[in-house]
Design a protein around this ligand. Structure first.
Ligand code: ADP
Length: 463
């Protein structure tokens, strides 16, 4: 029976193929730090990490005052928010927000249609501004615009859309300045506002968290996709030829989803990548982010049921459909602590259409889930340490040894306790007990909305 393919043998191979012991984590953290340096040196270094300049050269201090708006477009919803800032003592005096879902047809329409819809939503939100909010006469309302698609930033308030992602296929925006698109739409609606800052969600999260805590140096998003940004010394950015005067630091957007060095990949990862809409790209994201973890597990279970009868002779047809198993399903299965794993059985029935499963099959499903989620969480942790270690080495040891905060956001981090624990475990293993005492990893709920408004305040034309 030596050559018989069994599910437990596939599992065993999977586990060894996804293993991330300390030396692997270390290699990943080192590679992250090296790629960061290469990306900072030049835009033509060939580094996976683009290390995009955010043009955020001044950070919120807490002294910001006045009424500011934020507009967030990053998925199937857009959110608008207003905040009345009261300075050091009063901080956030009041805030209000609204969320509007974007009709499916607008995701496939023209640029004008989409931006007109957004401008209308913003206009009706502005109309409802109550007396609790106050704008000095003669001033325009200023907006921080969070736009979470790949943009070539050209200044703090302009950026060219490289391409739509996340299911958007809007015609006529790529290659254009998205702030200009919004401004033109606002003009068509007779809405007299000014975009003072264009940021992505990681940068917004960093600014929002930093407002409350001066020790925040890094922000990481773990949601459908993943990204990280951090505060860098201007003189550590060789590709910045004419450094902005006055400030010694800037936020760098790593776009770390594109990282690809030093971590273990399996046949399942390679197949998923080959069949994706962007083969060869975003490999780190495809290994650690929410959009993909469920899909990797589905591919393993598919092989196990095709070649090793994981679910008996009856083959669950739905298991052949890409993305039927979603990361929230993995998370729900992972919480099953019953002896007979009955919850896993129910979820398998509901998602891939099994009619029954053996306890052995449910145990294997749990093991596969744990293996993929463990690798994802631990690699995310190694990535974070890579950033911290780069900062520490380049400042000759001035980073570690004092309190340092990593601000986290995103649905995967927020909702998946095992993922979070694996991530933190890897950070602690890499840093050791002494250094990890000073590194605080904390969730910033909705930091990015307020963060964008704060960056509008910091970059206000009235100061
Ligand atoms: P975005 O799509 O902008 O990244 P979020 O930060 O809210 O939005 O992240 C949503 C993602 O978080 C989902 O695509 C999913 O992968 C993950 N997620 C949401 N809920 C859960 C959950 N209960 N368990 C695990 N992952 C989840």
């Amino acid at each position: 029976a030596g050559d018989v393919v069994t599910a437990s043998r596939i599992l065993k191979e999977l586990k060894s193929g996804c293993d991330t012991p300390l030396p692997v984590l270390r290699r990943v953290a080192d590679a992250m730090a090296d790629d960061m340096r290469a990306g900072l040196a030049s835009d033509h270094s060939g580094s996976d990490l683009k290390m995009i300049l955010s043009y955020v050269n001044a950070l919120p201090t807490g002294n910001e005052k006045g009424l500011f708006y934020a507009l967030d477009l990053g998925g199937t919803n857009f959110r608008v928010l207003r905040v009345q800032l009261g300075g050091k003592d009063n901080r956030v005096i009041d805030t209000e927000f609204e969320q509007v879902s974007i009709p499916q047809e607008l995701m496939f329409g023209t640029s004008e249609e989409l931006f007109d819809f957004i401008a209308s939503g913003l206009a009706s939100f502005v109309e409802k501004e109550s007396e609790r909010f106050y704008l000095p006469s003669g001033r325009k309302r200023e907006i921080g615009f969070t736009f979470s698609f790949p943009v070539n930033q050209t200044s703090i308030d302009s950026g060219i859309l490289i391409k739509w992602t996340k299911g958007f296929a809007v015609s006529g925006t790529a290659g254009k300045d998205v702030v200009a698109c919004l401004n033109e739409a606002m003009e068509r609606k007779g809405l007299d506002m000014r975009v003072s800052a264009l940021v992505n969600d990681a940068v917004g999260t960093l600014a929002g968290a930093r407002y409350w805590d001066d020790d925040v140096m890094v922000a990481v998003i773990l949601g459908t996709g993943t990204n990280a940004c951090y505060i860098e010394q201007i003189d550590a950015v060789p590709k910045l030829l004419s450094p902005a005067s006055g400030y010694g630091r800037t936020i760098i957007n790593t776009e770390w989803g594109a990282f690809s060095s030093g971590f273990p990949l399996t046949e399942f990862d390679n197949d998923m990548d080959n069949e994706s809409i962007n083969p060869g790209e975003q490999i780190f994201e495809k290994t650690i982010a929410g959009m993909y973890l469920g899909e990797i597990v589905r591919r393993v279970l598919l092989k196990m049921s095709k070649f090793a009868d994981l679910f008996g002779k009856y083959f669950p047809e739905k298991l052949s459909t890409p993305f039927v198993l979603r990361t929230p399903d993995l998370c729900a299965m992972h919480q099953d602590d019953s002896e007979d794993l009955s919850e896993i059985g129910k979820i398998l029935n509901a998602t891939i259409g099994t009619t029954s499963s053996t306890l052995e099959a449910r145990k294997i499903t749990m093991d596969v889930t744990d293996t993929i989620v463990k690798r994802g969480g631990r690699l995310a942790g190694a990535g974070i340490v890579g950033i911290l270690q780069k900062l520490d080495q380049d400042s000759r040891g001035l980073v570690f040894g004092k309190r340092l905060v990593v601000a986290m956001d995103g649905g995967l981090y927020e909702n998946y306790p095992q993922y979070r624990n694996y991530m933190k475990g890897a950070v602690n293993e890499l840093l050791g007990p002494e250094l990890s005492k000073n590194v605080i990893i904390e969730h910033t709920k909705d930091g990015s909305g307020i963060g964008a408004a704060l960056l509008a305040a910091v970059n206000s034309k009235y100061i």
